[in-house]
Design a protein around this ligand. Structure first.
Ligand SMILES: CC(C)(COP(=O)(O)OP(=O)(O)OC[C@H]1O[C@@H](n2cnc3c(N)ncnc32)[C@H](O)[C@@H]1OP(=O)(O)O)[C@@H](O)C(=O)NCCC(=O)NCCS
Length: 157
């Protein structure tokens, strides 16, 4: 379980493990992404249903970043799904909150959760048009490969 606070641009931001009570706001956040953002964040381009989000949250591994004074405002999210000893990580930061270090904090917390879950490898799948995210993972030291027209970034814990 993650629960931490950071100060970003003078705002207290809480990063914590999501619970089933957060499913509504996560669904709202993902539903409000415009089409191009949705294509960057969601591998199958489809917003998960409320029930799917509840399922993902119950399995653990979903983190949310919240504006501590405006409790309902979701600033970013990160999730990992397991497959054997591998975790697939996905994340996004609300467009107006990017380039302030929040993505880096979410990724670091996710990697810690992956490690705590006993998994030893992470991958992130990035659409070939998403050069911003590709460069971002590369700068974090993740190793790049290419599969079926998409970037696959690897990180060994
Ligand atoms: C990829 C993504 C999550 C990065 O989030 P972010 O919050 O912008 O990431 P950060 O702020 O941690 O890092 C971005 C850059 O801002 C810089 N930065 C960090 N703090 C900063 C600050 N206070 N002021 C200015 N720049 C800053 C970082 O140094 C970083 O540059 P670097 O990569 O050269 O080190 C975000 O672009 C996003 O949501 N993209 C859409 C979804 C997506 O593509 N997801 C990935 C596939 S699942």
């Amino acid at each position: 379980m993650t629960h931490e606070q950071h100060t970003i641009a003078g705002v207290t931001v809480t990063i914590r493990t999501a619970t089933a009570n957060d499913a509504g706001r996560l669904h709202g956040y993902l539903s409000r992404l415009d089409r191009s953002e949705r294509e960057l964040r969601l591998p199958d381009k489809r917003v998960p249903t409320y029930e799917e989000i509840v399922g993902a949250v119950r399995h653990g591994g979903v983190l949310i970043a919240l504006h501590a004074e405006r409790g309902s405002e979701l600033l970013g999210e990160s999730a990992f799904t397991r497959s054997g000893d591998l975790a697939q990580v996905e994340l996004s930061v609300a467009a107006s909150w990017r380039r302030r270090g929040l993505g880096r904090l979410l990724l670091a917390s996710s990697v810690e959760e992956v490690s705590a879950a006993g998994l030893v490898r992470c991958i992130a799948i990035v659409d070939r048009r998403n050069e911003t995210a590709a460069r971002w993972f590369a700068r974090r030291g993740w190793t790049q490969s290419w599969d079926s027209g998409r970037f696959v970034f690897h990180h060994v814990l």
